[in-house]
Design a protein around this ligand. Structure first.
Ligand code: NAD
Ligand code: MLT
Length: 530
C-alpha cells in the first residue's frame, strides 16, 4: 500500500489527486512536522511531498527505508539533498512550469512599483500625508532592462517588459546568442549589464557560480539611479552592500522577494529603507500557481508510484510519455541483456559498454543505458537498483561505464550491444534487437549469431557441431520432466562449435545441468535466469 507524507501545505486539488492515485493509496498530511519527527516517521512512507518549509536532509532520506520519491511543489530544490537522494535511489522531482507566470508577473509588478515609488507613496499616505512634490517616478519606456538568467521566468519578464518599451540586455551562459536574440534581447555579459542597465532583474538558480553574483563591487559599478529586482533566490545579492548603495543614493531603488535569510532578521538594514519594495517570498503565491504546482506534483508522484512516466525528475531521465510506448520495448530488452551478461561473467569488471545503434538512437538512449546497467547489477546487490542510483552503484564498484550511439546498425534496424571487459582483460558481448513492434530477441553472443527470446530461463550449451547433441540434451531434460519452450541453434563462423539455446519452463537443478555437461560433445553449460 503506497503511503504518502505531505509535510507542507499544498492545495486541496493536489491532495485529491494523491488520494485518488489508487484504491490503496494512503495520504498523511502533517504540515507542522518537525525535522526530528520527520526523521523518525519517514521510514513508513513511499513518497514525501514538500514545498519550501520542509528540508529533505541526508538524515531524512537515509531514514526513508521505503522512500521512492520526493516531490517539490515548486521549482527550487535547495531544500533537498539531491546527492543523498541519488545515492539512496530516491527520485527527486519538482514542478518547473506551474509558478512561472506568477513569478514573472511578480517581478514585473515589483519593477513597476519601484519605477513609480508605490511602496513609499502608500506609506506616506497612510501617515496622512499628500506629498505630490516629494515623489517623482520614472518611465519604463526607453529604459534598459538587464535580465540575468533568461530561462522560463526571465524570458516572460523580458517579453512583458518589452511591451512597456524597454530594451533588454540578457545574460545566460547556457543560451546561445541566437536563442537570446530570438527573444529580441541583446546578449551581454553580467558586467555589461551592470554598467548599462537602468533596471536589473535576476532569474537564475542559486549555484556556486551565481552566489553573490551582484557583489559589493558590481553594485558599486551599477549606473547611478539604477534599480535592482531579485525574485529568484536569496544569496544572489550582497544585501548589506545593496542597503548601503540605496542609503547613499547611488541606487534609486531595490525590490526583493527573496532574502539570504528568510525571514530576514529584524535588524536587517534593508528593512529600514524607504526606497525598497519587499515581499515575503511571494513570487509563486497566487491561487492559480499553487493549484498548478500542487496538481502537477500530485500527478507526477502518482505516476512515479504506479509505474507511469517519470517527468520533471532532476536525478532520473525523463521520458516523454508520447514516445514511451516505442522506447519501452528497447528499455526492457536492455535490462534483460544486462541481466544475461551479468550471469555470463565471473570476476571483477573493468568496463561496461552500452552501444545503441540504428533507429533506436532517435530516442533518448540514456534511459536505455540505465536499464542495461540496472539489469547488469540487479542480481548482485540487495539495494534496489533504479534509474537514480544505477550509475553511482556501478561506478562505486570501479566499473567504467561507456555509452555510445551509432546511427547505423549492422544487419538490424536497431541493435543494442553490451560489452563487458573484465579485470583479467577478457571480454564478453551480448546484443539484441526488437522484431516487429515489441518482440525482443538476443541476436548475438560473443560474436556468434543467435536468435533467442530474452525472457524466462535459458540454458546456453556450447558443443562440438556433430549430429546427436540436440537429441541427447532433449532426452535429458525430458527425463527430469523439464519442458522445452523453445530451442535455437547457432554455429560459429568456423563451423566447428555450435551454441544451443534451450528455453525451458521453470529452472533446471544444478544436477541436471551437470548431467547435460557430461553428455558427449558438450563443451559448456550455463543457465541464465532473465
Ligand atoms: P529556469 O531553469 O527556467 O531558468 C534559469 C536560467 O538561469 C536558465 O536559463 C539557466 O541557463 C540560467 N543560469 C544558470 N546558471 C546561470 C548563471 N551562472 N548565470 C546566468 N544564468 C544562469 O528557472 P526558472 O523557472 O526561470 O526560475 C528561475 C529562478 O527563480 C530559480 O532560482 C527559482 O528557484 C526562482 N523562483 C522563485 C520563485 C519565487 O517565489 N520568488 C518562484 C519560482 C522560481
Ligand atoms: C519555488 O522555488 O518554486 C519558489 O521559490 C516558490 C516556493 O518556494 O514555493
Amino acid at each position: 500500500m503506497p503511503r504518502i507524507l505531505v509535510s507542507d501545505k499544498i492545495s486541496d486539488e493536489g491532495l485529491a489527486i494523491l488520494r485518488s492515485g489508487g484504491p490503496d493509496f494512503e495520504v498523511v498530511c502533517d504540515f507542522e512536522i518537525t525535522p526530528e519527527d520527520l526523521v523518525r516517521k519517514i521510514g513508513d512512507f513511499d513518497a514525501l511531498v514538500i514545498r519550501s518549509r520542509t528540508t529533505a536532509t541526508k538524515e531524512v532520506i537515509e531514514a526513508g527505508r521505503r522512500l521512492k520519491v520526493i516531490g517539490r511543489a515548486g521549482v527550487g530544490l535547495d531544500n533537498v539533498d539531491i546527492a543523498a537522494a541519488t545515492r539512496c535511489g530516491v527520485i527527486v522531482m519538482n514542478t518547473p512550469e506551474g509558478n512561472t507566470v506568477s513569478t514573472a508577473e511578480h517581478a514585473c509588478a515589483l519593477m513597476i512599483a519601484l519605477a513609480k515609488n508605490l511602496a513609499e507613496t502608500t506609506a506616506s499616505m497612510r501617515a496622512g500625508k499628500w506629498e505630490k512634490k516629494r515623489f517623482k517616478g520614472t518611465e519604463l519606456r526607453g529604459k534598459v532592462l538587464g535580465v540575468i538568467g533568461l530561462g522560463r521566468i526571465g524570458t516572460i519578464v523580458a517579453r512583458r517588459m518589452q511591451a512597456f518599451g524597454m530594451s533588454v540586455l540578457a545574460y545566460d551562459p547556457f543560451k546561445t546568442p541566437e536563442a537570446i536574440a530570438n527573444e529580441d534581447c541583446t546578449p551581454a555579459t553580467v558586467d555589461e549589464i551592470v554598467a548599462q542597465a537602468d533596471f536589473i532583474t535576476l532569474h537564475t538558480p542559486k549555484t556556486p557560480e551565481t552566489a553573490n553574483l551582484i557583489s559589493a563591487e558590481r553594485i558599486a559599478k551599477m549606473k547611478r539611479g539604477a534599480r535592482l529586482i531579485n525574485c529568484a533566490r536569496g544569496g544572489l545579492v550582497d544585501e548589506v552592500a545593496l542597503a548601503k548603495a540605496l542609503e547613499g543614493g547611488h541606487l534609486a531603488g531595490a525590490a526583493l522577494d527573496v532574502f539570504n535569510e528568510e525571514p530576514p532578521p529584524a535588524d536587517h538594514p534593508i528593512l529600514k529603507l524607504g526606497n525598497v519594495v519587499l515581499s515575503p517570498h511571494l513570487g509563486a503565491a497566487t491561487a492559480e500557481a499553487q493549484e498548478m504546482v500542487a496538481s502537477d506534483v500530485a500527478k507526477q508522484i502518482v505516476d512515479a508510484l504506479t509505474g507511469g512516466p517519470v517527468i520533471n525528475a532532476v536525478n532520473y531521465p525523463s521520458v516523454d510519455p508520447a514516445i514511451l510506448p516505442r522506447i519501452s520495448p528497447f528499455m526492457e530488452l536492455a535490462e534483460h541483456l544486462g541481466t544475461a551478461l551479468s550471469q555470463l561473467i565471473e570476476g571483477a569488471v573493468k568496463e561496461l559498454r552500452v552501444t545503441c545503434a540504428g533507429d533506436v538512437t532517435e530516442f533518448p538512449t540514456k534511459a536505455i543505458t540505465l536499464k542495461a546497467i540496472r539489469g547488469f547489477l540487479k542480481r548482485t546487490t540487495d539495494v534496489t537498483v533504479n534509474f537514480v542510483n544505477a550509475i553511482p552503484l556501478v561506478e562505486a564498484r570501479g566499473v567504467k561505464v561507456v555509452t555510445l550511439n551509432e546511427p547505423n546498425a549492422p544487419t538490424f534496424d536497431s541493435l543494442i550491444t553490451l560489452d563487458v571487459t573484465l579485470a583479467d582483460g577478457s571480454s564478453r558481448r551480448i546484443a539484441g534487437t526488437i522484431f516487429g513492434q515489441r518482440e525482443p530477441r538476443i541476436v548475438q553472443l560473443d560474436g556468434q549469431r543467435i536468435d533467442a527470446s530474452p525472457e524466462g530461463t535459458l540454458i546456453l550449451i556450447t558443443n562440438r557441431d556433430v549430429p546427436g547433441v540436440v537429441g541427447s540434451v532433449g532426452m535429458t531434460l525430458a527425463k527430469h520432466q523439464i519442458n522445452i519452450a523453445q530451442m535455437n541453434l547457432g554455429v560459429d563462423d568456423a563451423g566447428r562449435r555450435a551454441l544451443l539455446i534451450v528455453k525451458i519452463d521453470g529452472q533446471a537443478a544444478p544436477s541436471v545441468l551437470g548431467e547435460i555437461g557430461a553428455l558427449p560433445n558438450i563443451l559448456s553449460v550455463q543457465q541464465l535466469a532473465l
